[in-house]
Design a protein around this ligand. Structure first.
Ligand code: ADP
Ligand code: ZN
Ligand code: ZN
Length: 803
């Protein structure tokens, strides 16, 4: 039955699934098991993916599998299939998808480190080989396979190690040497020793500590041993003399470090629409049919409550759920509620975890020790064995599409995975994307609607503040930061002791610093954009490549000393805010603040707990937060996004304003939102003011259909970069011409080549070709044609960003 060969996904950019010979009489790995394989000069850990790979071409030497590292699949076999499909769909190497999916640490298992667990100390008799290994590991504290092989020989090492791990006597600490913080706890345990052991001579501390440990008769941690004279030095001496052993216990990630202290779990009686939504999800779950729902609930309608109830039904059915959020740091309240509900049975895959912590959490999910996994887009690959439900919160967010390689979209991967594992996919949003909206309108994805906020709470009122009527302040170059009306709304809010949010989607002090004499605007030397002025750090920073220069005192071109900041960023907003509202405490939330101590969660907590009465920031303030005492919100520049050279700019503007409006008036007091704009008649602004997603979608879908943009066409963006503009352009020309000559040409529309809107980035010139097609298969074919070019472009399937 077995072909004697196995196809293995190896981490890295290798374009296929190389095949290996299974040694004569050797073990056949399960699909999804880790295997050690030679690759070039290295030994790599890969995943067995295919037990009937195609034979290698004549004349090539097939190499041999070195070892099978797992008895049971490490990845659920269905997930291996998902990775391979994603790799084909997005034109990325299988090994790149693997790297995106699995914590690096867990793919380094071919050089695994073994440590003893507390159980190893008093373990009953094992077979001779296992005894030998245990003794060696206990003596060393931790040991690599290569070290063990050196000390006691390699014969039968693999199976013996696996048996010891399976019986819980040894552990491969997911978090070994490379972790930023070692999350495992060390403990020491006494080994028998005669009182006249030479190591005790003239070493009363050692003797006392050994006696203490022996009396305890169980492993003890350093903190506990200090009172008995335990110090790292004395303990190390005992271990060295063979009088004590080190054991390690897996330490759980401290959730409160990432999401703040736990809260009490308030569970509401579901409203009727919530109840209907949960029932629909639960019956699909019980029917074990793969299905997708759009949970279309206005802001504050209680989508979270539906997620939690659906996750509970999943647990009750003996299956596990994955909850995807755009960014954990921006969703502390949601995460706290999941933790309150599921306690220890939730695994948090946070980007702020150390490599080792991530690996440890991943392993818990894999062992089925959790009922729910919460994480950003990469959590779609969480290896839960019995997947029942995937929830995508704020499913319209573009951050679900990875903007670097591999450019996968977690929402589409989730759909494939749900169908492979007969799980239910729930896309939750108050502002569904046009793709999601069309699917719901055409009945392909049932819509579960939550049209109201629970109780008698109304949505916030939104009003337009027309900036064209305002008189700009002297020196502001015609730009208005606070209109009179906005200022009054904010003042009244603070006067009532309530909180307000101010949204300005640009960090730094001002988008440009301009020489008044010659017009120099300090462009980035690598990118075709002006650098942003950061006053606090006294530098000019490129927001695309992070290249920074100190703020000059004079213009380098003409020596003029009149350099003026033009426009507003959050830093300057803070300065003006202090001027306009003296004494009102505020906090700033943007990428710069998130990078400081305490991070985004700290800022959010300051506002939530009332230490700050105003929250100033970029679109980060508009994400799904729930601030009951915030009653006013000002969108200071609603037009900024509208002018982006992207067909989705209207959709993004509508979403941002609607989501922002959803942040206020969530408590008992009504909310008021001021939207400052110069284009009040624009459809996106009008619909956002009316908070009418259907009206916006009517207009936007008409536009998309007319101009053949998604959801009425599929897109493929091909990008060529080169040190010289003409080389990039020439390569793009060849690419476009090849496409137009190919047999798929009649089914495509090829736009370009054209300079990318960001013509230069990171020092490279950029030209792109945008391919549109009605049929998904035509896009795949176009991608294959382009990928086969000598000068192959970077391919982005279903791009979310056309810059
Ligand atoms: P969304 O995610 O849809 O914006 P949330 O889930 O944050 O909304 O819920 C908004 C508010 O409504 C929260 O304060 C929540 O506690 C409350 N809520 C949710 N469901 C109910 C319910 N059935 N009864 C009363 N309050 C509810
Ligand atoms: Zn100048
Ligand atoms: Zn740059």
């Amino acid at each position: 039955m077995s072909s004697g060969r196995v196809g293995v996904v190896v981490p890295g950019g290798f374009p296929g699934v190389p095949s290996y010979r299974i040694p004569e009489g050797g073990e056949v790995p399960a699909i999804g098991a880790r295997v050690a394989v030679p690759f070039g000069p290295k030994l790599l850990t890969g995943i067995a993916a295919d037990l009937a790979p195609e034979a290698l071409a004549e004349g090539t030497v097939e190499r041999e599998l070195v070892a099978v590292l797992d008895d049971a699949p490490f990845l659920p076999p269905a997930l291996v299939g998902v990775l391979l499909r994603a790799s084909t769909y997005y034109f990325v190497a299988p090994g790149e998808m693997l790297r995106a999916a699995v914590p690096a640490r867990l793919l380094a298992a071919a050089e695994a480190v073994y440590v003893a667990t507390p159980g190893a100390v008093g373990a009953g008799r094992r077979d001779a080989r296992q005894e030998e290994i245990l003794t060696e590991v206990l003596a060393r504290g931790r040991a690599r396979v290569s070290e063990l092989a050196g000390a006691i020989g390699a014969r039968g090492l693999g199976p013996a190690l696996r048996a010891l791990v399976a019986d819980g006597l040894l552990r491969i600490p997911a978090e070994s040497a490379r972790a930023a913080t070692a999350p495992s706890d060390k403990a020491w345990v006494a080994r028998p020793a005669p009182p006249d052991n030479p190591a005790f001579a003239r070493a009363p501390k050692r003797r006392a500590l050994h006696a203490h440990l022996a009396a305890l008769g169980r492993p003890a941690r350093l903190g506990e041993l200090r009172a008995a004279g335990g110090s790292p030095a004395v303990l190390a001496a005992l271990v060295k003399a063979g009088l004590a052993s080190v054991v390690e216990e897996e330490r759980r990630v401290d959730l409160s470090r990432h999401v703040g202290p736990p809260r009490e779990d308030v569970s509401h009686r579901l409203t009727e629409p919530q109840e209907r939504a949960v029932e629909a999800i639960a019956s699909a779950l019980l029917a074990k049919e793969a299905s997708t729902f759009l949970l279309d609930g206005v802001t504050g309608s209680g989508k979270t409550e539906v997620y939690l109830a659906a996750l509970e039904r999943t647990r009750a059915a003996g299956r596990q759920g994955i909850l995807l959020v755009p960014e954990i740091a921006l969703a502390p309240a949601l995460v706290r509620r999941v933790v309150a509900r599921f306690g220890d049975r939730v695994s948090l895959l946070h980007s702020g975890l150390s490599d080792g912590e991530r690996a440890a959490e991943w392993e818990r999910a894999r062992r089925g020790d959790v009922d729910a996994v919460v994480g950003p887009r990469s959590a779609v690959f969480a290896p839960v064995p019995r997947l029942g439900l995937i929830v995508v919160d704020e499913a319209h967010e573009t951050s679900y599409k990875q903007s670097e390689a591999p450019r996968y979209d977690a929402r589409d991967v989730a759909r494939v995975r749900a169908s492979e594992q007969r799980a239910v996919l729930v896309l939750g949003s108050a502002t569904p994307s046009m793709e999601q909206e069309r699917a719901a309108r055409e009945g392909r994805v049932p819509r579960l609607a939550l049209p109201e906020r629970p109780g008698a709470r109304a949505r916030a009122e939104v009003e337009v503040v027309d900036l064209r009527q305002e008189k700009p302040r002297e020196g502001d170059h015609g730009r208005v930061l606070f209109a009179e009306r906005t200022r009054r709304i904010l003042a009244e809010t603070f006067g009532r002791g309530e909180q307000a949010i101010l949204l300005l989607n640009r960090r730094g002090f001002s988008p440009t610093l301009l020489c008044r004499a010659c017009g120099e605007d300090f462009r980035c030397k690598n990118c075709s954009v002006a650098r942003t002025y950061h006053q606090r750090a006294a530098r000019l920073l490129c927001h695309y490549c992070n290249d920074a220069i100190p703020r000059p005192n004079a213009c380098p071109k003409c020596a003029s000393r009149v350099l003026q900041p033009i426009g507003f960023g959050t830093e300057r907003l803070a300065e003006r805010f202090e001027e306009a509202f003296p004494g009102v405490t505020y906090a700033v939330l943007d990428r710069d603040a998130a990078a400081r101590r305490g991070g985004a969660a700290g800022v959010l907590a300051d506002f939530e707990e009332g230490r700050a009465r105003a929250l100033l920031g970029t679109q980060m303030v508009a994400k799904g937060h729930d601030f009951p005492n915030a009653t006013a919100l000002a969108v200071l520049d609603a037009d900024a996004l509208l002018s982006f050279p992207d067909f989705r700019s209207a959709e993004r503007t509508f979403q941002l304003v609607t989501q922002a409006a959803g942040r206020v008036g969530r408590g008992d007091k009504p909310g008021l939102v001021a939207v400052q704009t110069c284009r009040p008649e624009h459809e996106a602004i009008r619909a956002a003011v009316a908070q009418d997603h259907a009206a916006f979608a009517d207009a936007e879908l008409r536009f998309r259909r007319a101009f053949r943009y998604p959801p009425y066409a599929h897109l493929l963006l091909a990008l060529w970069t080169a040190a010289e503009a003409r080389d990039a352009e020439a390569a793009a020309r060849v690419g476009a011409a090849t496409l137009l000559d190919s047999s798929v040409a009649p089914r495509l529309r090829v736009l370009g080549p054209a300079p990318a809107p960001l013509e230069r980035l990171h020092g490279a010139w950029r030209f792109h070709v945008l391919v549109k097609a009605e049929a998904r298969e035509a896009i795949a074919e176009a991608g294959r044609v382009l990928a086969a070019l000598q000068d192959a472009p970077r391919l982005d399937v279903d791009p979310q960003n056309l810059l």
